[in-house]
Structures are given as C-alpha cells and as structure tokens.
Design a protein around this ligand. Structure first.
Ligand code: PLP
Length: 404
C-alpha cells in the first residue's frame, strides 16, 4: 500500500509503468494477477506476527493482495502521496473515508456541485447517524469560510465538477481546512494526477473513481483513497479490513495496466476536448459551452494554473432553444441522431460518451434544485474519447444542423 519504491527519484511517466510490487520468482515483465482469497503462511509464528501487524505479509484477501498493492503503489506514486488504499468503487472510497474519519456530531462542508451520489451519501445517509453538513457554492470561498464551525472535521471538494466543469481553488481550501483543524479531501476523478495533483497543493486526501480515467477504457468499477501513511494505516485500513470495501484483484490489475497510459490518454483526450469545445462555441445551434480551457470559462485562469494548463476531457454545452419547453426535445434530438458516439452515463473511456444530465445523473433533483445547480434541459455532457475529431464533429452535426 505504500509508495516506498521510488528510490531513484523517477518521474511520473516512468512510475506509471514501473511502480509495483516486486516480480515473482518467475520474472514476469507484466505485473502478475494474483487471483487468490487466502495466502499460505510459512509457519505459525510468522502468521501470528502478520496478524498482529508486526510483520508485513499477506494473509487474507480482505486485508490485502499483491496485485491490489501494485495498483495502490502506482496510484500513490502518480498522486505524490505516501500511500493509497484501493476500494471496490469510487463511492465505496467516499464511504470508507467518511466512515473512518467522522462520528456523530461532526460537521462536513462540501459544494452543491459535487457528484450526486456523494451529496446523497454525506448529506442524507450519514445524516442518519448524526453527521452534520453544510452545502456551499463551488466557487465562492467566502461561503466555504462562513460554513466552518468548531466541529468541522472535513472539507470535501471536487474540481472540475460534473457536468458544468466548475473549478474551486484547492490551495485556498487546504488553508481554510487546516486553519480550522479540519482535513481537505479532493475528488480528483476529472483531472487525474496526469493534470492535477491536489496533495502538492495541500490536500490531505485524494479520492478516485478508478472506474473513470485510471482504467480509462470503461471496463471495471474501482476506487481509491490517497493519503499519508499514518492516515491510511491508523484510520482507513482498520475500517476497510472490518467492513470489506475491498477491490477485487482482477479489477485492480485492469486499473494497474490502465494507469500505464493515463498521461498519454489524458493529454490526447484533453486536446480533442479543447478542439471540440472551441468548435462547438462557434455553432449557431449552441448557446453555451462549459470547458475550463476556454477563455469564456468563469474560472479559466485558476483552472489553467491548477490543471497544468490542460482542460481535461469533459465538456458540456447548452443547445439553443427558443422556449424552455423546446430545450429537452432539442437535446434529445442531438443525442438520438448520433450514429458513432455513445449515449452512455459514464465517462473516462476511450470512446466518446454523451449524456443528458437533467434526465439521468441529475434527474432526481427537483426543478428548483436543478435550476440552482445550473443544469438545464438543453444541457449535453460530452466525455471526449479518442475517435478522430472530424468523425465526432460529423456525428454531432447530424443533430445540431437539423434542429427544429
Ligand atoms: C463516477 C464518479 C464517482 C463515483 O465513482 P464510482 O466508481 O461510480 O462509484 C465519484 N465522483 C466523480 C466525480 C465521478 O465521476
């Protein structure tokens, strides 16, 4: 689980293909997939020391597995964190974090633009156990500051957000959290460590849905938390062992291999997204484009500073509509005339995926909540993949040029 295997000060691109547990006695070059639930112990005394935590060594799949350790070491190396802990999904990573760090009477601050299930999990499910929360604006630091209370233990930020790519200031939130004696956790799904390293900016915990860009090819569910060794060993690991929110070795292996191309994919897909966003801004049927690398983005300067000058692979746009009632039908028309790209509520794939947030990810919000979140019926999210840019444009034009 720790990233002690960088003795030569290797760079991110090198660690992405090299960081892993040691080869087995067979000398395999591609990391081994250890599909086993239990581990045979060499002798009873060693077994006892391993169970007591006095000696490293594998015992049982709910505690750890070498393939999972490889994935954790590689992710920790990429995020620049001391350690990482893999979980069954992104949501289980958030569940593990909250379960490990919060108790009844504690208070959490997060933005209303957070991933929908995150808002439900912390704001509703954990509320049943007495965890309090305050929901603030994604971008207004004064709201975050005003929300801090003596019992605030955690600030949870996500940047850029889904689907409107709102950007918050990680370094400023880290200062705010630490002055209040709280921790800052950052959901780094959209930018990934290829573009943004929250730990370097002061964040205490980085959360991932490995389902997205870490796998990168839409194959498995996975999640992870990156943090200091102390936080992982003392707080997160014991709860994970007892609650079973572990990642399967097979899924860990898929994500491990996916991370080898993370940097290349993020740069290539971001370049395509930037080109597509720029082009969409000029189309007469498009009212507005949301993409951090566009000069029109409200937090453009901050985004470029925080995301290594790259905008990421997700953009959204509003289809122009005369009347609000038209907006949904027009967005549906664009989605229903696609022939190459996928209508699919996922992101982080090499295939371009389009969604209609107002009727899917944000469909359960009331009309007022949706309006407050800025998610209109004409909004389409595009998670840009690796198809040729001209084929993407042609597929979108089928609908955009035939709107009624
Ligand atoms: C998908 C996603 C999650 C949840 O991850 P799962 O792997 O689907 O559980 C959390 N945050 C963001 C930003 C996501 O895109």
């Amino acid at each position: 689980m720790t990233s002690k295997n960088n003795p030569h000060d290797l760079r991110l691109q090198t660690l992405a293909v090299r960081a892993a547990v040691e080869r087995s006695q067979y000398g395999e070059n591609s990391e081994a997939l250890y599909l086993t639930s239990g581990f045979v112990q060499p002798d009873a005394a060693t077994s006892a020391r391993r169970f007591a935590g006095e000696e490293e060594g594998y015992t049982y799949g709910r505690s750890s597995n070498p393939t999972v350790t490889s994935m954790e070491q590689r992710l920790a190396a990429l995020e620049g964190s001391e350690a990482a802990l893999a979980t069954a999904s992104g949501m289980s990573a958030i569940m593990l974090m909250c379960f490990s760090l919060l108790k009844s009477g504690d208070h959490v601050v997060f933005s209303r633009s957070l991933f929908g299930s995150t808002i439900k999990l912390i704001g509703s499910e954990f509320a049943r156990f007495g965890v309090e929360s305050t929901i603030v604006s994604q971008t207004d630091l004064t709201e975050w500051t005003a929300a801090i209370r003596p019992n605030t233990k955690l600030l949870f930020a996500e940047t850029p957000t889904n689907p409107l790519t709102g950007v918050c200031d990680i370094a400023a939130l880290a200062d705010l959290a630490h002055n209040a004696g709280a921790l800052l956790a950052v959901d780094n799904c959209f930018a990934t460590p290829a573009l943004q390293r929250p730990i370097d900016m002061g964040a205490d915990i980085v959360m991932h849905s490995g389902t997205k860009y870490l796998d990168g090819q839409g194959r498995v569910m996975a999640g992870a938390l990156c943090a200091t060794e102390r936080l992982v060993i003392d707080k997160l690991l014991p709860v994970q062992k007892n609650s079973g929110m572990v990642l399967s070795p097979f899924n860990a292996w898929v994500v491990l291999k996916g991370m080898e191309t993370l940097d290349l994919r993020m740069r290539a897909q971001s370049a395509q997204a930037h080109a597509l966003a720029t082009w969409l801004e000029t189309h007469p049927a498009v009212a507005r484009v949301y993409y951090p690398a566009l000069a029109s983005h409200p937090q453009h300067a901050l985004a470029m500073k925080q995301m290594s000058g790259v905008g990421g692979a997700v953009l959204s746009f509003d289809v122009k509509a005369g009347a609000p009632e038209q907006a949904r039908a027009r967005a549906f028309h664009v989605l229903d005339t696609l022939q190459t790209l996928s209508l699919c509520t996922n992101l982080g794939d090499t295939k371009t995926l389009l969604t209609h947030p107002a009727s899917t990810s944000h469909g359960k919000l009331s009309p007022e909540q949706r309006a407050a979140a800025g998610i209109g019926q004409g909004l389409i999210r595009v998670a840009v993949g690796l198809e040729h840019l001209d084929d993407m444009k042609a597929d979108l034009l089928r609908g955009l040029d035939t709107l009624k």
